[in-house]
Design a protein around this ligand. Structure first.
Ligand code: SAH
Length: 277
């Protein structure tokens, strides 16, 4: 069935859709995300939303950047929430577009709470989170029957950018055979030290997937003890996912992407809309 034949909900004026854009490849957008891009009056987007995804916005839609800009402080979260409320009250269809899934380390909950408190109708559209999509594009299963029946998603940052203090590291280390860290690159040395200190084997396989699902995707296979040096040698930049666990070994057989571009884009780089017309 084509997307056009599906009865998707109307994007009503005066409402906000909190939408996950997935980890980068526009082909990983949901039909609801694409539908929202087709109809939005204003798109309030974060730094992690791929430029090729923004090109899919309705011509004439206003694109409003709400992410970090070259070292300058990012807009305060309450200001972003307030902006969403104000735009909705102006009668616009407001698309709040976030990288990955809006409710996974994405402050989607905070924004939804602000909308609920203000009485602004909203819809939440999940997206493919980087910890799952990024591993798939690296050929690493998040779970595999022989290796893990549990997986833990962890953030390497707290609100002030430090390794979370409140985290029970021994419990994290023991809790699941596979650990997937977001925002981990900056604190890789501390994370390694805490995990080894809590009993994870230094030789355990690990991988770093940077710019996952984009043309710049890089995957470094390493071990817990070697991860910091290997990340430095490969000159990896954020955003990156760090995964620890036996599932990493499966990449040897499952690197389906190989050297191919991790992207459903136009090789000539034309905006998708011009291709269609
Ligand atoms: N809501 C997002 C996560 C936001 S937190 C999601 O569901 O994916 C930001 C962190 O997400 C980054 O520091 C990085 O760890 C991860 N991330 C997001 N996009 C990524 C990508 N394309 N490649 C690798 N990591 C990514």
């Amino acid at each position: 069935m084509s997307a056009a034949a599906l009865a998707l909900p109307d994007f009503l004026p005066g409402t906000v859709w909190l939408v996950g854009a997935g980890p980068g490849d526009p082909g990983l957008l949901t039909l609801l995300a694409r539908h929202a891009l087709d109809q939005a009056d204003v798109v309030v987007y974060d730094a992690l939303v791929a430029p090729d995804i923004l090109k899919l916005a309705r011509p004439g839609a206003r694109l409003d950047y709400a992410g970090k800009r070259g070292g300058k402080p990012s807009p305060r979260q309450p200001d972003i929430s307030l902006k969403l409320v104000r735009l909705a009250r102006d009668g616009l269809r407001v698309l709040r577009l976030k990288g990955g899934d809006p409710m996974v380390f994405g402050r989607g909950g905070e924004e939804a709470l602000a909308l609920a408190a203000a009485g602004v109708p909203y819809r939440i559209v999940p997206g493919v989170t980087a910890g799952i999509g990024g591993l798939a594009y690296a050929g690493i299963p998040v779970t595999h029957r022989d290796t893990n029946s549990a997986v833990t998603f962890v953030t390497g940052h707290n609100a002030s950018g430090e390794v979370p203090d409140g985290l029970d590291w021994p419990a994290v280390a023991r809790g699941a055979p596979v650990l997937v860290f977001y925002m981990a690159l900056k604190h890789l040395a501390v994370i390694r030290q805490r995990l080894i200190g809590a009993g994870r084997s230094p030789t355990e396989p690990a991988a770093i997937v940077s710019a996952a699902c984009t043309p710049a995707q890089q995957v470094v296979e390493t071990t817990l003890e070697r991860c910091v040096g290997d990340a430095e040698d490969a000159k990896l930049d954020p955003p990156a996912i760090f995964v620890v666990g036996e599932v990493v070994r499966m990449r040897a057989a499952l690197d389906w992407l190989g050297g191919k571009p991790a992207f459903s884009g136009d090789p000539l780089g034309r905006p998708p809309r011009q291709q269609a017309g």
